[in-house]
Ligand binder design. Sequence first.
Ligand code: B16
Ligand code: MG
Length: 213
Amino acid sequence: ACKAVIFDLDGVITSTDEYHYRAWKRLADTHGWEFDEKINQKLRGISRRQSLQVILDHNQVSVTEEQMQEFTNQKNIWYRESLEELSPKDILPGIPELLERLKQHSVYTAIASASRNAPFILDRLGLSDSFDAVVPASEVVQGKPDPEVFARAADMLGLYPEECTGVEDASAGITAIKEALMRTVGVGSAVDPALCDAHVLDTADLTVDMLLW
Ligand code: B16
Ligand code: MG
């Protein structure tokens, strides 16, 4: 039986896409790089460094390691500024009720996010105490689609991956959950429903029944 549900953060619990977009756009504009909503879609679920690499590759720009650090730091400073606007009303529809119901079923919950800002985001949302484990993104060596972050979440809960369900909005994340050998639940139009054990278009449609088995 399912003992835990492991959630992605951005796109499942809240949506900070627009904030990421604005910060990357500001960096791109500063340096005269092309960056639009379409390229932004490719950044879903991947790390900060990988995101910058996608933008640089698109513009056929190469940078030194030092510049790589400088640019990702600058983007994060702008991104963090906009996160100050986040509040509990930015939790996606149905999520508080779902977490409550999982608790009633004595099911553990965890966060498996690529974001190093995850603890800060959870704090702004008032959800710091709502999960049994939050994987520290800075300790994850291989980002999604590698299963590492989901495997670590199961490990932190003291469970086998086969006892867990993963919930994701990004195709890299769906691959990660599948390779971690967990039940795979997809949210939104960016993932292929055929690759998921269950799929909904909106978080409001997630039910305990589709998460547990
Ligand atoms: P940070 P998730 C991901 O969060 C975002 O979807 C992705 O766009 C971002 O680049 C990544 O976190 C890293 O975020 O710059 O805050 O470390 O979907 O894995 O919760
Ligand atoms: Mg996500």
